[in-house]
Design a binder for this molecule. Structure first.
Ligand code: FMN
Length: 372
């Protein structure tokens, strides 16, 4: 039986931006940008998702102007004239197809490349010189490096607006630079960017958000992606209680975030089951309840297996959307991001809309090998 998915196709508004439905394309690194410059291939790839009916497209992570801000040579820059000209082509084509889009602005911090063992020319930088707790890598950032990094995030966001993008997302999740400040295991600073509480370790992110908000002005939708889990430790948690989650997220909303993009590997997992049970609110649900901000959820929508297994070559079969629809009907969160299903099939949204359950393909990891 086909699930009625009408609830996913209600329009939504973020500030002055109208979205035709609740489906967001999750940011996914594809690493096909030769010399860090996106071009016709990326423009066609994102355009196809716009034509397929995605409500809001988030780009692959694209990095700010710092000497070691990326950990893979195929990651696109979001600075410098050639890369920005490529991104202009991307947003123009997405708009021509009636879509809406924002770049995911990123700094990979001290994390290693997942694929090549590739190293940037300059030493990697992070709050205290750790990739993971107890795993030293690269340099601890000076106050000057922090100030320059904050400015580089702001400059990238200003460029996103100038090029015509509709939103900007900051990557504060998954154990990369901003998250390395949040995480006690990688932030052992004794200045105002460190400290024993999550509120103290959120100051770097709050400064980035403030600077970005100033750069884009009021009204331009600003999304921040956050996660409890880290690629370095799937079981890590920044906030063990709702109170700590509020300490973490409220200052960021106060600093100018409109939308919290709450990354989970499986959207149906309750965040605090000890409080509201096994069917309780997920991360995006709690973030919305605690801060009042708009939230995006994500994680294995329409698929049988979670995404990190995909990097080990594991595929997933297509599964129904009943659980998603049930949570959306309760307005637990506002938007839902879809990742691998949209790599497999640019028309995934259109097929869900038309009830073509048989047309939904699942995900084969070989799809990561080409940009189509
Ligand atoms: C190939 C690939 C690349 C990804 N790259 C990023 C990224 O650059 N930034 C990010 O925040 N998440 C990234 N993710 C995580 C996705 O945004 C998403 O949260 C995850 O795939 C779960 O959604 P899914 O189960 O629908 O695929 C990536 C995932 C995949 C599969």
């Amino acid at each position: 039986m086909t699930t009625n998915t009408d609830v996913l196709f209600r329009p939504f508004r973020i500030g002055a931006l109208d979205l035709p439905n609740r489906i967001v394309m999750a940011p996914m690194t594809r690493a096909f940008a030769a010399e860090g410059v996106p071009g016709a291939a990326q423009a066609a790839y994102y355009r196809r998702r716009a034509e397929g009916g995605v409500g809001l497209i988030l780009s692959e992570g694209t990095v700010i102007e710092r000497p070691a801000s990326r950990n893979d040579p195929g990651i696109p820059f979001f600075h410098g004239e050639p890369a920005l000209a490529g991104w202009k082509q991307v947003i123009d084509e997405v708009h021509a197809a009636g879509g809406r889009m924002g770049p995911q602005i990123w700094h990979t911090g001290a994390t290693r490349s997942g694929r090549h063992g590739w190293e940037p020319d300059a030493p990697v930088e992070s709050p205290s010189g750790y990739n993971a707790p107890g795993e030293a890598r690269g340099e601890a950032m000076s106050e000057e490096a922090i100030a320059d990094t904050v400015a580089a995030f702001a400059s990238a966001a200003a460029d996103a607006k100038r090029l015509g993008f509709d939103v900007v997302e900051l990557h504060g999740a998954h154990g990369y630079l901003i998250d390395q400040f949040f995480w006690a295991g990688t932030n052992q600073r004794t200045d105002r960017f460190g400290g024993g509480t999550i509120a103290e370790r959120s100051r770097f992110a709050a400064e980035v958000v403030k600077a970005v908000r100033e750069a884009v002005g009021p009204g331009f939708p600003l999304i921040l992606r956050v996660s409890q889990w880290k690629q370095q430790d799937y079981a890590a948690r920044l906030a063990e209680t709702p109170e700590l989650m509020a300490d973490w997220l409220q200052p960021l909303v106060d600093a100018g975030v409109d939308v919290l993009h709450c990354s989970q590997r499986r959207f149906w997992e309750p965040e605090f089951p000890e409080i509201d049970g096994e069917t309780g609110l997920n991360f995006a649900g709690w973030a919305k309840k605690l801060t009042g901000a708009t939230t995006i959820s994500v994680g294995s929508v329409g698929l049988s297996g979670e995404f990190l297994a995909a990097f080990g070559g594991e595929g997933s079969t297509s599964v129904g959307l009943e659980q998603l629809v049930a949570r959306m009907e309760r307005d637990e969160f506002d938007l839902i991001a879809v990742g691998r299903a949209l790599i497999s099939d640019a028309d995934w949204v259109a097929k869900v809309r038309s009830g073509d359950a048989d047309g939904l393909k699942g995900f084969d990891a070989s799809a990561l090998g080409e940009l189509v």
